[in-house]
Design a protein around this ligand. Sequence first.
Ligand SMILES: NC(=O)c1ccc[n+]([C@@H]2O[C@H](COP(=O)([O-])OP(=O)(O)OC[C@H]3O[C@@H](n4cnc5c(N)ncnc54)[C@H](OP(=O)(O)O)[C@@H]3O)[C@@H](O)[C@H]2O)c1
Length: 294
Amino acid sequence: MVALTNDSVVYTLNNGVKIPAIGLGTWQASAPGHASNATKVALQNGYRHIDTAAIYKNEEEVGQGLKDSGLKREEVFITTKLWNGDHKNAAKALDESLKKLGVDYVDLYLIHWPVSTDPATGKDYEDWDYVDTWKQLQKLYKETKKVRAIGVSNFTKSKIERLLADPEVDVVPAVNQVEAHPLLTQPELYDYLKEKNIVIEAYSPLGSTDAPLFKNETIAAIAKKNGVEPGHVLISWAVQRNTVVLPKSVTNSRIISNLKTFTLPEEDFEALNKLSEKDGIHRWADPSWNDFST
Ligand SMILES: NC(=O)c1ccc[n+]([C@@H]2O[C@H](COP(=O)([O-])OP(=O)(O)OC[C@H]3O[C@@H](n4cnc5c(N)ncnc54)[C@H](OP(=O)(O)O)[C@@H]3O)[C@@H](O)[C@H]2O)c1
């Protein structure tokens, strides 16, 4: 049986801001009281990083959980995200998120998806895209104290290349938050982001709703062999490959458990790195209105 301890790994973003490796995910923490309790329990048990988004409709509860935790604002790293329908109004959307969270700034503000949708029609704008949105985030980053770092989410390598090629873009995203776990290691994107000094944030690390990766035979066997839960294997693996990882839970015992990591033996780490060669690549978050092929 290996020793499990509360994870204390912290990375430095490309602008010097520090980010704790494990953050509490809050997507689908939407039933009344869930996100506030999860945030409070996480923070009182060692987490210092919470991941939310305007579209999760729980920013007020996350803010409440922060207050209830008794921690000071500056002790906690908070991420929120700009929704697709607000791309032309980033400044206003950020102010609304800050108001709901009850804070003066967020540590990280992300473009949630590279999709700019007209809320009036539900169709993509013809005169606007994510590069224009990024320029708005750059302005917020440079001209206000409301965001300590800015980044993107669900961006492919080619979309980041296109963003960085724009002559008016001079802030490199601090992170790219993407789905990542042993069945979706995204090696090409991973290497590219490392080379550009863009931190990878791994979402759906347990396979998303109901943690389907717990049932994977190899993951279960590695957990058994090391005397830990499959969650410890998945979260420790993500930290061991130098990514931020965002496990979500609204269950107190799981929240506490998910912060505990250990060092995977090399053979187990490698088996997970290669798992998709055996079991296939699997992407859980693939909405029809987004295009991962470009
Ligand atoms: N940027 C994006 O587009 C994007 C997309 C998806 C997710 N995310 C972020 O990433 C976070 C995590 O992803 P996710 O919510 O899709 O899924 P996830 O963290 O992979 O899995 C969450 C599921 O696993 C269960 N679970 C958690 N810990 C467990 C444990 N120790 N044992 C057994 N089951 C456990 C949870 O149940 P309970 O909650 O009932 O305990 C929930 O059903 C999100 O919450 C969000 O913050 C971002």
